[in-house]
Design a protein around this ligand. Structure first.
Ligand code: API
Length: 277
């Protein structure tokens, strides 16, 4: 069968977006990995799937698959592209869109200036929310990695994040520590790994080694998690501008149980069709 899709990106974090409201397809793990391959397939960091909602209070179900085929709980850059996609494809006329994800509900607000704001819900820091193997909820934890002890903070944005503070993201040990922490046994469902450089109380640089994909040009939930950990530690204050290799996001969070808002762009690259095996 021929599957129609749209290639999109949020600050260079790129996606294959598929409407399974008006199309029918079963995308198995192996097929997703083949489609994600940048030489043998279309190439993307994540596959985003639009489905009808299961909850009548929601407009859509939003499913996310990493390049390795793993289905995950949330994708922030993808949420902005999801909103642009369902409007462009006239699957809705709403400019405030409620979506259900495996990590909880999101509210997507399409702004007039082509930016999209996403209510990402409240960050959670308890280790069991990630999950992370630790006895208590602390601002920082020690993690033994390759014979060294590194200091991390942890947060869940529906998906799990470990955040390290580095002096300079340009020479941060992303290639080495990223995969080592992603697969660390204290993270039973693996983890996304953020490397944060503090510029001021309202500005950071960030690189993210993503679970199931590797380093990406931007990570929306990673930006949310890094800012939430920084604000909780008293190192940052809202709003925070997050500079990623692919561009910048704004994160607003009042702390505690308040919801965190992420604002940034969403771009369409091209529409395509591909024959599934
Ligand atoms: N790799 C992530 C999913 C995609 C997150 C990222 N692309 C974003 O914009 O939030 C995970 O395994 O939880």
């Amino acid at each position: 069968m021929l599957l129609h899709f749209t290639k999109m990106h949020g600050l260079g974090n790129d996606f294959m977006v598929v409407d399974l409201v008006t199309q029918r397809a079963r995308l198995e793990n192996e097929e997703i990995r083949r489609l994600a391959d940048r030489r043998f397939g279309i190439g993307f960091d994540q596959l985003l799937v639009v489905e009808p909602p299961r909850d009548p209070d929601m407009d859509f179900r939003y499913r996310i698959y990493n390049a390795d085929g793993s289905e995950v709980e949330n994708c922030g850059n993808g949420a902005r592209c999801f909103a642009r996609f369902v409007l462009d494809k006239r699957l809705t006329h709403k400019r405030q869109i409620r979506v259900e994800t495996a990590g909880g509900p999101l509210v997507l607000d399409v702004q007039d200036d082509n930016q999209v704001s996403v209510d990402m819900g409240a960050p959670r820091f308890a280790p069991q929310a990630l999950p992370f193997d630790a006895d208590e909820d602390l601002l920082t934890h020690r993690l033994d990695v390759d014979g060294k002890s590194v200091e991390i903070s942890v947060a869940s944005m529906g998906n799990p994040h470990a955040v390290l503070i580095v002096d300079n993201t340009d020479d941060a040990p992303v290639e080495h520590l990223g995969p080592a922490i992603e697969a660390h046994p204290r993270f039973p469902r693996r983890v996304n790994v953020g490397f944060m450089q503090l510029v001021s109380s309202g500005e950071i640089h960030l690189r993210v080694y993503e679970r199931g994909t590797g380093e990406t040009l931007a990570c929306g939930t990673g930006a949310c998690a890094a800012v939430a950990c920084g604000i909780r530690r008293g190192l940052l204050s809202s709003p925070v501008k997050v500079h990623l290799p692919g561009g910048s996001l704004q994160i607003d969070w009042a702390g505690g149980e308040s919801h965190l808002i992420m604002t940034g762009p969403a771009e369409r690259v091209y529409d395509g069709r591909i024959a599934l095996r």
